[in-house]
Structures are given as structure tokens and as C-alpha cells.
Design a protein around this ligand. Structure first.
Ligand code: ZN
Ligand code: ZN
Length: 286
């Protein structure tokens, strides 16, 4: 009972903080990023391509290092292993991962497996993962999980995209481009008060279509409302997977830990040295 009460207190506190914290009320919508755009300035797939190639590299380079950490956040570790320390099925028969030292005896299996539980807030078990496993080196917060999921989404989008079937293509491309801007801004090396790193890693013409440099930099400091569907691991790219009016999740890209940022700084640097430098591109950080 005691733990339930403190959970409610926690929620009330969070809601209170939300109303008071101006950062949460000013999270940006995609429209804020663009000047009055002419029809001819439409963002077609080619305008995204430079960024997509970058994100294929970043995701493919980081995924083996971060995969085991993501098993935990993606709820892919066997619930029996977490709650009791053992599973009756052998690891080749069970659909979940057995390699984990993470234990949480009070974890609700319904919530963990299905993302919902009919008991709701009356459930006697816990509806959250309560600790980060000790062996996790890089992904230690929900914000870092969100950022890695977005890297994964953009990589998968690059692979699965079928040009003809999405109705709201313009809006989708804008959302993807703005997410790429935030990711490059948060994860690459850069000079203070400059957008040279955005020009280096993304399509320059497209970046230049956006609001003025000064406004863009201050916009990138705010949380961004990302379409909820971008976080979905099991996304199937049917004709209606994306809707501009769908649910959004605020991500504050400025809340990443130094270890996480340094790790990705290195990958962006390797990409620059391996792919961009030989074509005459100057580094954006010296
Ligand atoms: Zn199992
Ligand atoms: Zn439950």
C-alpha cells in the first residue's frame, strides 16, 4: 500500500511540475521550423537522403554495442527470468532473452508483456522497471531510450520506405527532418552558436529553408513533440502508419548524459572522417 501511495504522490508532483515548467508548455511543433514554404520547396525523399545515409551508418555502428541494453528497455528479456530468476522453457524454446542479471520480483507480467493490465492502478505489482541494470554503460534514462529508438526508426524508415503509399508525405518528411536535426544537434560535435554541423551532416538547402539560424538554435534547445509511432519497434509500413494528428511524445534532446553523447560524438566523427572529409567537407567543430 505504502508504495502505491508514493507512486500517486509522485504523479501529482510531476503533473504540478509540468504546469509550472515553461519548457513543457512550449514544446515545438513541426510548423515552427519552417519559413512560409512555397510549393516548389517541398521536401522530397532526395532532400532527406543525405541524412538517411548518415543515420543508417550511426544506427548500424552502434546497434551491436547497445543491443543488449535495448533488450531491457524493449521488454525483450524473459519476464520469468526477471521475476523468479528462471524460466521453465529452455532458451531456444522461449521467445524472450534469458541472458540478464536483472531481477525485479514485483514486476507485473501483464503490463510488461502487453503494455496493459486490467487492474490498472489497483494492481499489486509494479507497472514500471524500477532500476537500470548495473551492466548498462550507455542507455540509462528514458530520454536516452527515446533517442536510440529514434535512430532505429530513421534507419528502418530508410530501408522500408515506399514512396507512393503514404498520404501525408510532406508532413511526414518534415517530422523526420526535424527529428534528424535534433539528433544531429544533440549527438555530433559542434561549435557553440553555429549550425555548421547541421549543414555538414544534412542537406544544406533543406536546412536553409528553415527559420533563421538564431531562431533555429533556440528552437533546438526546447523539447520536440515527436509522433508516438516513431518509437514503435513493431511498426509495419502500411498505407496508414503515419498520421500528422496522431499521438505525440515530448523528447528533451538536451537531457542526455555525457557518456551517451561522447559515445555518439565518436561515431559522428568517424562518419565525417570516413565519408565526408574525402569529398572536401570541413569539420564543423574547430
Ligand atoms: Zn523464458
Ligand atoms: Zn498489473
Amino acid at each position: 500500500m505504502a508504495s502505491k501511495k508514493s507512486e500517486i504522490d509522485e504523479l501529482v508532483e510531476q503533473t504540478g511540475a509540468m504546469a509550472l515548467n515553461p519548457n513543457n508548455t512550449t514544446s515545438s511543433q513541426t510548423a515552427d521550423y519552417y519559413r512560409n514554404q512555397k510549393e516548389t520547396d517541398r521536401i522530397n525523399f532526395a532532400r532527406l537522403e543525405k541524412g538517411l545515409l548518415l543515420f543508417i551508418y550511426v544506427y548500424e555502428t552502434s546497434k551491436s554495442t547497445l543491443a543488449t541494453e535495448m533488450f531491457f528497455w524493449d521488454h525483450r528479456i524473459c519476464v520469468n527470468v526477471i521475476t523468479t530468476g528462471k524460466c521453465l522453457k529452455s532458451s531456444d524454446k522461449c521467445r524472450s532473452e534469458h541472458q540478464s542479471s536483472y531481477r525485479q520480483t514485483n514486476l507485473c507480467p501483464y503490463w510488461y508483456i502487453n503494455n496493459r493490465c486490467t487492474f490498472g492502478s489497483n494492481c499489486q505489482n509494479s507497472h514500471r522497471l524500477e532500476e537500470v541494470p548495473n551492466e548498462h554503460r550507455y542507455i540509462r534514462t528514458e530520454t536516452e531510450v527515446d533517442v536510440f529508438k529514434l535512430l532505429r526508426f530513421i534507419r528502418n524508415f530508410a530501408g522500408h520506405y515506399i514512396d507512393s503509399i503514404i498520404a501525408d508525405q510532406q508532413q511526414l518528411h518534415k517530422d523526420i527532418l526535424v527529428v534528424m536535426l535534433h539528433l544531429v544537434h544533440a549527438l555530433s560535435r559542434k561549435n557553440a552558436r553555429s549550425i555548421e554541423h547541421l549543414h555538414l551532416f544534412l542537406e544544406k538547402t533543406t536546412v536553409n529553408q528553415m527559420i533563421s539560424e538564431e531562431n533555429l538554435l533556440s528552437e533546438l534547445e526546447k523539447p520536440f513533440s515527436v509522433p508516438e509511432v516513431f518509437f514503435d519497434l513493431r511498426l509495419n509500413y502500411n498505407a496508414t502508419w503515419y498520421r500528422p494528428t496522431g499521438n505525440k511524445r515530448d523528447v528533451n534532446f538536451n537531457q542526455l548524459s555525457p557518456g551517451f553523447v561522447t559515445y555518439f560524438n565518436g561515431i559522428f566523427l568517424d562518419y565525417y572522417q570516413g565519408r565526408l572529409k574525402s569529398r572536401g567537407a570541413k569539420p564543423a567543430w574547430c
